[in-house]
Each structure stands twice: as structure tokens, then as C-alpha cells.
Design a protein around this ligand. Structure first.
Ligand code: CTP
Ligand code: MG
Length: 223
């Protein structure tokens, strides 16, 4: 394998409601992070997995994942971007392709990990999986009055894993100023082209209780 996968898993899951950090909450009896790591490890190109865990849970997460796959666990940071940077710093010499995958996208298919990695391997510096936007999107003012309707055909909903040539991701993080919600955003600011590949509905992000319930149902259809 020539791929390292960074797994930001240090968020608290505020939008999921009160409880443990999101990556440790159960989905069909196992923590979200266990599902995510198992699926990542099933991708044949993956050589290294580095998880950024909540700082208080690093030892527990290492123990939890030991039977699932060989992983390195590091303490995450206050923002997602800090967690990714911490994980990136722990990647050993070797892998020249680095993917970043949210633990919250627990049902990611191994095929999607492979297709993103393959697109980087084929020569793209930065690759993101996307889906078309299905809802009509409107721009509104602060007081919720419609200002206009956006042309949906040029919009994409962005998922993870996002894939990068290692040096490109490292340079983007080194130059990063404000925190962004994805890594491709940092790379865009460096002027590096970011290429889209088809995403997967299974790579949905578990954000709210509805998403967790949906993921439970999806697992009964396709374990
Ligand atoms: N994440 C992280 N470190 C942070 C914040 C987020 O590693 N300081 C991770 C989360 O664990 C998650 C991914 O980034 O896997 C996407 O973040 P999000 O879905 O927003 O998760 P949370 O931040 O946990 O959720 P919320 O924003 O509802 O608190
Ligand atoms: Mg968050």
C-alpha cells in the first residue's frame, strides 16, 4: 500500500445531542470509529491509518481499535483542522498519498477509498468525492428573506475521503490560517486544482440523530 489515511475523530458531536464524543457513540452495537476504521482497512491500498482521538480518550481508542486494524492514535485538537494536522504529523516515511476521512462518515465503502486514492495516483494533486445537490438552494438574508435562487447544476455536496499528494497536503496545512471544514479548502487556497470523483450515498456524514437512525437502517440492508 502507498496510502496513509488520517481519521479525524476528536469532535464532540454536539449536534448529535448529549453523550460521549461522536466517534465513540454506538452504531449497531459498535462505535462509529470502529465501523469507519474497519472499512478503511478493507481498502487494499491502505498502508497506514492515523486516528486523531479526543485527547482524554487516546488510550481507550488505541485499545478499541487494536483488534480492528493496525492504527496510530494521536490526540486531536480544538478544531477539525488541528486534528488533521496532528494526524498528518504522525505519518511515517513512506506513503506518498494521504487521504483524510471523517470518522463521522462511518459507512464509507472501501471502494470509495480506492477510487479517491487511484485518482491521486493517476496524477491529480487533490481529489474529493462529491454528489450532485438534490434540493433547490436559496440564498437568504440574516432575517431569512430569500435573496435569490442559486444555480444548482454547478454545485456539489462534498464528502470524504479527500485525497492528496502528501507534499501538497503538508504545504496546505503549513500555510493554513483560519480553520476550514475540509482539507481541500486549504489546498484550493494554495492555488492547487482540486478534482472531483463520484461520491457515495453511504459516505454520508452522521451529524444529527436522524443520520444515526438512517445509518442503522442502512446496515440492516447492506452490512
Ligand atoms: N473532528 C476532529 N476534531 C475536532 C472536531 C471535529 O477530529 N476538533 C472530526 C469529528 O470527530 C468528525 C469530523 O471531524 O469525524 C467531522 O466533524 P463533525 O461532523 O462536525 O463532528 P463533530 O465536531 O464531532 O460534531 P459537532 O460539530 O456536531 O460537535
Ligand atoms: Mg464539528
Amino acid at each position: 500500500g502507498d496510502v496513509a489515511v488520517l481519521v479525524p475523530a476528536a469532535g464532540s458531536g454536539i449536534r448529535l445531542g448529549p453523550g460521549a464524543p461522536k466517534a465513540l457513540r454506538p452504531l449497531a452495537g459498535e462505535p462509529l470509529l470502529v465501523h469507519a476504521v474497519r472499512r478503511i482497512a478493507a481498502a487494499g491500498s491502505v498502508h497506514t491509518i492515523v486516528v486523531a482521538a479526543p485527547a482524554a480518550d487516546v488510550a481507550a481508542v488505541a485499545e478499541l481499535l487494536a483488534p480492528v486494524a493496525p492504527v496510530t492514535v494521536v490526540p486531536g485538537g480544538a478544531q477539525r483542522q488541528d486534528s488533521v494536522a496532528a494526524a498528518l504529523a504522525a505519518v511515517p516515511e513512506g506513503p506518498e498519498i494521504v487521504l483524510v476521512h471523517d470518522a463521522a462518515r462511518a459507512l464509507v465503502p472501501a471502494d470509495l477509498v480506492e477510487s479517491v486514492a487511484a485518482a491521486v495516483r493517476s496524477g491529480h494533486d487533490a481529489v474529493i468525492p462529491v454528489l450532485p445537490v438534490v434540493d433547490t438552494i436559496k440564498e437568504v438574508s440574516a432575517d431569512e428573506v430569500v435573496q435569490g435562487t442559486v444555480d444548482r447544476s454547478v454545485l456539489r455536496a462534498v464528502q470524504t475521503p479527500q485525497g492528496f499528494r502528501r507534499a501538497v497536503l503538508a504545504a496546505a496545512h503549513a500555510a493554513a490560517v483560519g480553520p476550514l471544514t475540509d482539507d481541500a479548502g486549504l489546498v484550493e487556497k494554495q492555488g492547487v486544482p482540486v478534482v472531483c470523483v463520484p461520491g457515495s450515498e453511504y459516505a454520508m456524514k452522521i451529524t444529527r440523530p436522524f443520520d444515526l437512525a438512517l445509518a442503522e437502517q442502512l446496515l440492516t440492508v447492506r452490512p
